[in-house]
Design a protein around this ligand. Structure first.
Ligand code: V47
Length: 356
């Protein structure tokens, strides 16, 4: 099967489900890396993208309480917090002078906050800092807003866009299979709802990302099916900019009996995603979760993006991830150069800000 796949990759021919499963389970590790790297180079040459952003997590109080999440808590939990509109603005404003080009705003499904609270936060940032891109609210949050505001997803997205929303992040996809979602996160958006939000966003010309949370209860077949589902949506309603595989971090979650995925599995996942997702240009090695060393090696397995400088990441750190909460731009540049690639600072929409 390897020779057929190699031929297909050389001729940009789409890989089948069976070929995806073969790559994941049987293909020689370094042969897989070489194929994925070849595809990466054909798309983005030796460029590796990063951005200078700041993550703002408005609250950790969440009605969804997904089994895999160490971040969400009940309202009466001692570590429960909620930023007021003013606090959120002050928090993001602290980083403006450090050269950020993106506010990355993600929250939890708070039981009481109305949609207007989120809308006003977007509007405050946009009015004061119109040049800083606002990437905010996962599809799961958008579905929650539609429910609490009694509006359609299209209305919610249109209002957010008018207020200054630039794009939406890829979270909340987990595995797009409702049997798995019912085990892990029965209270949040279904697969169809998640896909619908991204489809409508793309129709409204709002770019989005997509993720896959792996290494919990799903099978290899489920991962490949997840990638194919995303590939099919991108065919009919293009707008996904990047795919971000997220390895499940078990500490402090409802699934502590599960062991964290190995480096080999993380790298295989990046490479398979690069080859299966032939219609998504960027594959992101999110260093916060992968760790910096694995993110660096992932560049030879097809990744062309390492996300951002981040500044004070909270969701993965609630699950005791051992990486830092943010890194400097110069460290990011050094790590990419050392791996043999050309560091390109990008904005959220992949316009190059500067190369190094
Ligand atoms: O949807 C939560 C995941 C996601 C855990 O779009 C966990 O550029 C591992 O989606 N172990 C939120 N993963 C973060 C996210 C993201 C991050 C960076 C960039 C972008 C982007 C998106 O984090 C959730 C969930 O899948 N998550 N808990 C955990 N214990």
């Amino acid at each position: 099967m390897f020779d057929t796949i190699k031929e297909k990759v050389a001729n940009n021919i789409r890989l089948s489900r069976e070929e995806g499963i073969y790559l994941y389970t049987k293909c020689d590790f370094l042969d897989l890396a070489a194929l994925a790297r070849q595809r990466k180079i054909s798309l983005t040459e030796d460029k590796v993208y990063f951005n200078v952003n700041c993550h703002i997590n408005l609250s950790n109080v969440c009605i969804s309480r997904c089994k895999f999440c160490a971040f969400g808590v009940d309202p009466d939990h001692p570590s429960a917090y909620l930023m007021s509109r003013e606090e959120a603005f002050a928090y993001g404003s602290k980083y403006v002078d450090s050269g950020i080009t993106e506010f990355h705003i993600v929250s939890a499904m708070h039981p009481d906050m109305p949609f207007e609270y989120y809308l006003e936060i977007v509007s405050d940032f946009y009015k004061h800092y119109p040049k800083i891109h606002i990437q905010a609210f996962t599809a799961v949050e958008i579905v929650h807003f539609a429910k609490i505001a009694n509006k359609s997803v299209r209305e919610i997205l249109t209002e957010l866009k008018t207020a200054g929303l630039g794009s939406i992040p890829g979270g909340g996809a987990e595995i797009l299979n409702d049997n798995i979602r019912n085990q892990l996160c029965p209270k949040k958006a279904t697969s169809a709802e998640w896909l619908e939000v991204h489809k409508i966003a793309h129709e409204l010309n709002i770019k989005t990302n997509c993720t896959m949370l792996y290494g919990h209860v799903e099978s290899i077949e489920d991962r490949i099916d997840h990638m194919i589902t995303i590939r099919e949506l991108q065919d009919i309603a293009p707008g996904f900019q990047s795919f971000i595989p997220l390895p499940f971090l078990p500490s402090n979650t409802g699934l502590t009996e599960i062991k964290r995925s190995s480096a080999v599995e993380d790298l295989r996942t990046i490479a398979v995603a690069r080859l299966m997702l032939d219609n998504i240009e960027h594959i992101k090695a999110f260093w916060i979760m992968l760790t910096l060393p694995i993110a660096q090696i992932a560049l030879d397995f097809g990744a062309d993006d390492v996300d951002g400088t981040v500044i004070e990441e909270k969701i993965m750190h609630a699950a005791d991830v051992e990486t830092e909460k943010g890194i400097s731009k110069s460290r990011m540049i050094d790590l990419i150069k050392e791996a043999g690639y050309k560091p390109c600072e990008r904005d959220t929409l992949y316009n190059i800000v500067r190369t190094f």
